[in-house]
Design a protein around this ligand. Structure first.
Ligand code: HEC
Length: 186
């Protein structure tokens, strides 16, 4: 075997190894976990957040917003009926009387039509350093399929969404959250 025949073999081996590493990395740390390691990646994506929600199986594993049941009556512009789930970080903050949500907090609101059909899922994810002007909230709006909803101009609804920011800004003093008063253990 001369060196010209060894080199391609080595190249292929190296590629295979790289591929194997990349593959196993994806399995162990799905893109979804980017949604929670906020310090490492403040600019997450709506797709990563959705993947994280599926991975976490939030409907089974997360709690409901304290004091709210399933399919409670909502206000405009959200659904007629709402179910709001929060992850453990958010639950801990709410029940311990924190005055704002810590990084990593996620609030998922399912928006249902009057006949209880799911219409959309809206999410607020607190990502440290993402958007200090708006308390670092990353907003997303998903169709029931998980795909991101689109604005009239075709832009995917993820990130610094002015519509969400402005209305939720009415309760900026409560960390942009409407559903309950922060600072009082719930
Ligand atoms: C016109 C005002 C308004 C706009 C615009 C708005 N929201 Fe809301 N949002 C509310 C209100 C009011 C609630 C409390 C639930 C209810 O009564 O409907 C709420 C609740 C929520 C919650 C549960 C956490 C909380 O604040 O209580 C999430 C998550 C959420 N909205 C996400 C979004 C996202 C994402 C957008 C943009 C796509 C958005 N909202 C746009 C008014 C608004």
């Amino acid at each position: 075997m001369d060196s010209t025949r060894i080199k391609p073999f080595l190249a292929v081996t190296a590629l295979t190894l790289l591929g194997a590493c990349a593959g196993s990395e994806t399995e162990e740390a799905p893109a979804a976990s980017a949604a929670v390691s906020s310090a490492a990646q403040p600019d997450t994506t709506g797709a990563a957040i959705w993947a994280h929600l599926q991975d976490a199986n939030y409907q089974s594993n997360w709690g409901l917003w304290p004091g709210k049941g399933e399919l409670y009556a909502g206000n405009e512009p959200h659904g007629t009926l709402l179910t709001t789930y929060i992850n453990e970080i958010a639950m801990e903050a709410l029940t311990s009387g924190a005055t704002s949500m810590p990084p990593g907090a996620i609030v998922v609101k399912e928006n249902y039509m009057p006949d209880s059909t799911l219409a959309a899922v809206t999410v607020m994810y607190k990502s440290a350093g993402y958007d200090e002007e708006h308390n670092d909230w990353f907003f997303t709006k998903h169709l029931p399929s998980g795909e991101l909803a689109q604005m009239p101009n075709g832009m995917a609804m993820e990130g610094r969404l002015p519509g969400c920011q402005n209305c939720h800004g009415n309760v900026a003093a409560n960390d942009y959250l409407f559903s309950g008063q922060l600072g009082a253990a719930q």
